[in-house]
Structure formats: C-alpha cells, structure tokens
Design a protein. Structure first.
Length: 299
C-alpha cells in the first residue's frame, strides 16, 4: 500500500515475504531494533525503500569485487558558477555537462563521482524535486546531497526584449519560436512544469529549436533562430540577452558519503565558503550561495 506522500508501506506479512524471512524472525529483528520500521495504531509497517537500503547496506562483497572508483568527473547540469568553482578551487575535479537526468544516471552507474542536478516536478507542482528524486532511490543509501546554490531561472529573450514578452502565455499567443533543451535536462523539466501550470504544451508553439545547454539557448536567440527559451540569469548576462525571471530553483551536488570526506571534495566545500566564490556568484548574477556547501540530505 501507499500513503498520501506516495511512500510504499508493507505489512509484517508482506515484509517477511519480500525479505524471504519467517514472520517470527522478522519480529525478532524488530525487537532487537535491527530493521527499519514504524508502528501505527498497533501495527508494524515497513517502507520498501528503507528495506532496500537496509539490504544494500549489509551486502558483503568478496575481495576484488568492490565497486570500482568513479572518475573525478562531475556530471549533470551545466552551470557557469560550478564550472568556475571547480577550476578555481583546484580540487582536481572535471565537469561533464549533459543535463540533470543524464548526469544522475551516470552517477548511479558509477561513471562519474557526482551529479549536478536541478529536477522539477513534471506535473506542475512547486516542490523540492531534488530531494524527492534521491529519497526514492534505494541505491543512494550511502549518498549525500550537497547544496550548491539557489539559481534564478527565467525566459531568455532578444536584447531589449523588442517583442515586449511578459511570459510563456504571451509567447504562445504570438506563436513564437521556443528553444528547448533535451529530454531529461532540468531546464526542460522546468519548462514542461511551467507550461503545465498554464495549461500549455510544446505543440502550442510554432517551432522549437533544440539547444543542448543554456548558452546554446542564448546563441539561438542571438542568431534569430529562436525567440525565447529557458535558462538562468547568469547565462543571459554572459550572453548579453534579455531575461524575464520566472522562479528560483535549487541546484545541488549528489555524491557518495565516502567521496564527500575525501580531499578533493573537502577542498571544494572549503572553497565554497571563500569570499572569492561569493564575489563570483554576485558578478555572474542570479545566485544565492548563502547555503553553499551545506548537507541538505543524507540517509
């Protein structure tokens, strides 16, 4: 069964079947406080996600079969402040910007050491989607979500906003050309979420231009291949195009706890508290880095 928050809960009998244990053994684990569970109106309930984490945490691996060390690459979303911080901090970390979902999947496969993410609810809800995503993934039992910045996202338009745009609804009414990001990119999720709130779809626009990154959106607008598109204020400022603010989003770094305590990441976290980092964020524009480096979630 699921509760109102979408959490899948198992009864004692269901949990015993799922774990392939006798109910008596399950009750012994409960009594010894060896298994995650909760008691509601006299009945024990078990979160399937927590049971998965419990199983993975206790998994023994023979020598030589330990998970391979991921390369020192931060995958995920493109961000000019993150790119600058990785280079300026000299933490020894590279960046592979290809979108939140792509970076997240690479991270789960162990192909990158961390993922830069800014997820959004596709149903139009205003929520902390980064937390929602990582909390539902059982294999992240040893992960940590590190706050990097709150970023201002908005609609990029031509310099001076000659069309007098005020938002997506007006852009649709004028049948303007919209630059879009690849499926799975955080900015594309945001665009779809914003359209959902206004009862619009991509089909309502005359033509769309595919732009891999925020700077590509800005370039498409400057080259007059598109009239507008979603990106951050920092991207708009760097490209010299107009910007209409739409929302403030969380931009986080997801990594394993073992890596968080290693020198490269401790060096980066220390740098996030440096005055140079705050000054660069202010110069780029559209960033709130007051909570940079803080642990937002750890199971």
């Amino acid at each position: 069964m699921q509760n109102g928050a979408g959490l899948e809960l198992l009864t004692t009998a269901e949990a015993a079947t799922y774990l392939r244990l006798r109910e008596r053994k399950l009750y012994e684990l409960i009594a010894e406080r060896q298994i995650p569970c909760t008691k509601v109106t006299g009945k024990w309930l078990f979160s399937r996600a927590d049971l998965d984490r419990w199983l993975l945490a206790g998994m023994a691996r023979p020598p030589g079969l330990a998970p391979a060390e991921p390369p020192p690459i931060v995958g995920g979303s493109h961000d000019p402040l993150l790119q600058w911080a990785l280079a300026e901090s000299r933490a020894g970390l590279a960046i592979l910007p290809e979108g939140s979902q792509a970076g997240y999947q690479r991270f789960l496969k162990g192909e990158v050491v961390a993922a830069a993410i800014h997820f959004h609810a596709l149903d139009g809800r205003q929520s902390d989607a980064n937390l929602e995503v990582v909390r539902q993934e059982p294999s992240l039992y040893d992960a940590v979500l590190l706050g990097f910045a709150a970023r201002e996202q908005g609609l990029l338009v031509a310099p001076g906003n000659p069309l007098g745009l005020t938002g997506l609804s007006q852009a649709q009414q004028q049948r303007l050309r919209l630059a879009v990001r690849p499926d799975g990119a955080g900015a594309q999720q945001l665009l779809l979420s914003l359209l959902r709130r206004e009862d619009l779809t991509l089909a309502d626009f005359s033509r769309t231009e595919l732009a891999p990154t925020g700077p590509d959106v800005a370039q498409a607008i400057r080259a007059e291949r598109a009239d507008c598109g979603i990106a951050t204020r920092a991207v708009a400022s760097a490209a010299g195009v107009g910007f209409l603010p739409l929302c403030l989003e969380r931009f986080d770094l997801l990594l394993r706890q073992r890596d968080y305590f290693r020198p490269p990441w401790q060096h980066l976290v220390t740098f996030l508290g440096d005055a140079r980092f705050a000054a660069q964020a202010n110069e780029l524009g559209g960033f709130d880095v007051s909570a940079a480096g803080q642990v937002r979630w750890a199971p």
